[in-house]
Structure formats: C-alpha cells, structure tokens
Ligand binder design. Structure first.
Ligand SMILES: Cc1ncc(COP(=O)(O)O)c(C=O)c1O
Length: 369
C-alpha cells in the first residue's frame, strides 16, 4: 500500500479529543516547589478524609482479594436501594460515576445522534461523548453561570439522544432549581435520555428548591451519584446509577464485568453506613463556604454562591487567573483553574479544613500584595 492510501491509525474523533487533565497531585507540587505545607483544594475531594469504618472493612475484604469481585455488588446495591427507596434491580455500581458516563455513551448512541449539555460543565462527559464520536451541543451558561434550560430545549432536534445535566454543576457550584427542572422535563421528549449527575447531592439535598431527580417519576432519567466527594473515597473509584430496570439491564451489558473492585465495594459499604461522618463532612463544607464568602467579600473578589463543596472565584482576566493560581501553587495551595471547562478567568476552590482555609487566606493575602 502506498503512503497516501494508508488508513489513519487513530480515528479522527479520538485524534481531535482533548485528554482530561486532572488537578495537580500533592507529590507533583512537593517535587516542583517543596513548600512548607500543602493544601490540596483543587479536585473537590473530602478534606476530612473518609469514615474511620472504612479501613477495617477494607482490611477484612483483603481475605477475598484472590477472587473476582461480585459483578453486581449485591451488598452495596441492597443498601443503596433501601436508602433511596428503589428496587435493587434499578441500581448499578461502577468504578466512579465517570465510568457510568462512559457506559452510557457506549450503550445508547446510534450513529449521527447528538447530545446536549452546557458549555461549562464536568469535562468527563465531553471526553466520553467524544470517544463515542457523538456530536456534542455545548450550550453557553446564562449570565449567572447557570445551565440555560431554555436554550437546551431549543437545541433539541430529531437526532438528540441524551441531555447531560450536572446538578449541582461542576465547576460553578450553581444549580438548576425545581421550577427550571420541572419545566425542562416537561419539554424533553421521552425518547431522550436525561443524565442527572448528582455527584454533589449530599451537599445540596437540604437546599429548598434543589430538585432531587429521584423524587420525580421520569422513566427517561438516570441519576448518577458518587462515593468520591462527600464520602471521601475518590481513590477507591465507586459510583452508582439509579434508573428504570430497562436502562440498568442494558448498562449491565456494556459495563466492565468486575467493576468496582472488591476493596472499593467494601469501602463504599462501610462509608455509606457512617452517617455521622457524612454529617461532619457536610458541616465542614457549609461552614467553610460561609467563611470563604466573607473573605472574598472583604477582598472584593467576585464569586458564585455554591451548593456543592467548592466555590468559583471570578477574576478580571485569564492572565490574572494564570498568575494567581501559579503563585498560590508556589505557596503550597493547589487550586483549579477552570479554563478546560470553558471559563478561563475563573478558579475553583474546594472547601478544606479550617487549617487549610487559614493557609488559603494567608497565601491569598501574600500573593495579591
Ligand atoms: C459533576 C461530576 N460528575 C462526575 C464526577 C466524577 O466522579 P467519580 O469520581 O465518581 O468518577 C465528577 C468529579 O469531579 C463531577 O464533578
């Protein structure tokens, strides 16, 4: 075969895809700058760690590590079903909700179909839809940095298969309220699958006009939740989906058989039953947000009030955001610029412990000077 007859090794949709770039790790920052202390406020993890019940449960599960994991995570599935008042057959466990996004894209698209989401939302969905070669309609946020539900409805066409809503949204911390959600769901055709990604549900559930997608009887909705945020188990990679049996049964066909791992299942089961730890985690975040709002007000910095575990700061330019994030990094405070989410002058701050928030404030004052 001559040179120009060769078929490309990598398909175009993969070649054109941007990799998901995660926040910096503590080890990377230590190696690059060796600051006196490090506060990792970049990836919306739980800065309290995880429940003390997790370690003994994981150690016990080590005795089963030579065997393949339970492919449907029966024990974990049962407690999740009970707590959410759904059937066990309506629950699926996977290696993080990102894996569920991948599964959804693998399972539901036909050629030429499209998906709709916001311009600035969880990048993981852009990547998974891109891998599947799906046309993605990314609708700009409103002036208030919210999902624009009207524009989303206007973008629906005959080829629309999926709508991805992160509620609360990451990276903005804003949310689609009850009225907006109900209006949207009335307009969405029943053959369009709506992903209600509730990765930050535990921080949002007590907000009065936050719509809990499970409380509605919509057959075309899948709710995604995760153990990576409020439960502090990001390293274990466990997430779950709740939907109709029809959706779950078909996802089970494309799921990697043995996810999540045995240790992940044991860790999540222990964490899920420790309500006290969850409560403390939510309190820490709520207190930390109030403190951060007050501080940013004093510093005259614009931000968005949030119902998740992070707050988005809005600086005056991209250059300022780059410079600020870099200088904070050198002080040992790891923050997340959210240019990859389409918001180049914004920075996301995960709420940390009070010591970490002290570190943030002290470094902020130094850097801004
Ligand atoms: C909205 C949203 N969905 C999903 C995820 C992925 O979570 P998991 O760790 O369960 O894959 C994240 C993580 O940042 C997120 O912000």
């Amino acid at each position: 075969m001559s040179e120009n007859q060769k078929k490309p090794l990598v398909p175009k949709n993969i070649e054109q895809l941007n990799r998901y770039i995660a926040g910096k790790t503590i080890a990377e920052v230590k190696e690059a700058y060796n600051p006196e202390r490090i506060s990792k406020l970049a990836s919306n993890e739980n800065r309290l760690g995880c429940s003390a019940k997790v370690e003994p449960a994981v150690l016990e599960a080590m005795s089963e590590i030579q065997d393949y994991p339970d492919p449907i995570a029966r024990k974990l599935r049962k407690v999740i079903a009970q707590k959410n008042k759904v059937k066990e057959s309506e629950v699926i466990l996977a290696s993080g909700s990102e894996s569920l996004l991948s599964m959804l894209c693998r399972t539901f698209f036909l050629n030429k179909q499209n998906a709709i989401t916001a311009e600035a939302t969880f990048v993981g969905f852009f990547v998974q839809a891109g891998v599947r070669g799906v046309q993605l309609k990314r609708i700009p946020l409103t002036k208030d940095y919210k999902f624009d539900v009207k524009a989303i409805v206007n973008a629906i066409d005959d080829q629309t298969k999926m709508i991805y809503l992160a509620n609360p949204n990451n990276p903005t911390g804003t949310y689609i309220n009850k009225k907006e959600y109900e209006w949207l769901m009335e307009k969405v055709p029943k053959d369009v699958l709506v992903i209600a990604d509730e990765a930050y549900y535990e921080f949002a559930e007590d907000v009065e006009d936050y719509p809990k997608a499970l409380e509605y009887d919509h057959e075309n909705v899948i709710v995604l939740r995760t153990f990576s945020k409020a439960y502090g188990l990001a390293g274990f990679r466990v997430g779950y989906g709740i939907a109709s049996e029809e959706i779950i049964n078909n996802l089970l066909k494309t799921k990697l058989t043995f996810e999540p791992t045995t240790l992940g299942q044991a860790a999540a089961l222990a964490a899920y039953q420790d309500e006290d730890f969850l409560k403390r985690s939510i309190e820490l975040v709520n207190k930390g947000k109030e403190r951060l709002y007050k501080f940013l007000d004093e510093q005259n910095v614009e931000y968005k009030r949030s119902i998740s575990n992070s707050v988005m700061m809005i600086l005056s330019s991209e250059e300022e955001a780059i410079d600020f994030t870099q200088k904070m990094l050198e002080e040992g405070v790891i923050l997340r610029r959210i240019n990859a989410f389409g918001l180049p002058k914004c920075i996301r701050i995960t709420i940390g412990t009070s010591e970490e928030m002290d570190h943030f404030e002290e470094s902020f004052k130094k850097v801004i000077k």
